[in-house]
Design a protein around this ligand. Structure first.
Ligand SMILES: [Cu+2]
Length: 163
């Protein structure tokens, strides 16, 4: 009985909304479809199609640069949005930075290792401590489930020298 006022409030709120029953049914149907589609994509590692013209790049570093450690690495992406990992929103993903050329399997989610860094909060730069010498860097943009897009949205692999 204690719950009755809450239930009544919810009913009052629901009836106050402008949507019709048919609208609500369509919303639930769309939500169920999206959930089923996400579930299948995750279970089957289905790659997300890359939006036309999407590309990833390093706005502040270029191949052959000499830098000192720690180095700020800025991530650039265009024609696609950024969203936190785990959030399935069409036309979005998050950055992954590959350090020193790890092998990536494009058909499964990228692992999180010292050489494959995820920026699942939607970060667009990081500060890296690197040992002196040559290092390669590459961006591979990933979808909500940490998998590369198809075709992959990735930067050129650049080699930098750390003093
Ligand atoms: Cu990731």
């Amino acid at each position: 009985m204690k719950r009755l006022p809450i239930a009544l409030t919810l009913i009052a709120l629901a009836t106050a909304l402008p949507s019709t029953a048919a609208d609500k049914f369509a919303d639930y149907k769309a939500m169920a479809k999206q959930q089923a589609s996400n579930y299948a994509a995750e279970k089957l590692n289905l790659p997300t199609p890359a939006p036309a013209g999407a590309r990833a790049y390093f706005p502040t570093l270029k191949d052959g640069d000499t830098v000192s450690s720690p180095v700020t690495v800025v991530f650039g992406v265009s024609n696609i949005g950024i969203a936190p990992a785990g959030t399935q929103v069409d036309g979005t993903g998050h950055h992954h930075l590959l350090i020193d050329d790890p092998t990536i399997d494009y058909t499964v989610p990228m692992p999180a290792t010292d050489n494959v860094k995820h920026f699942g909060k939607g970060q667009t730069e990081t500060v890296l401590a690197l040992k002196p010498g040559k290092h390669t860097l590459q961006l591979v943009f990933g979808d909500w489930k940490h998998q590369a897009f198809n075709p992959s949205i990735q930067s050129d692999k650049i080699t930098i020298t750390v003093k």
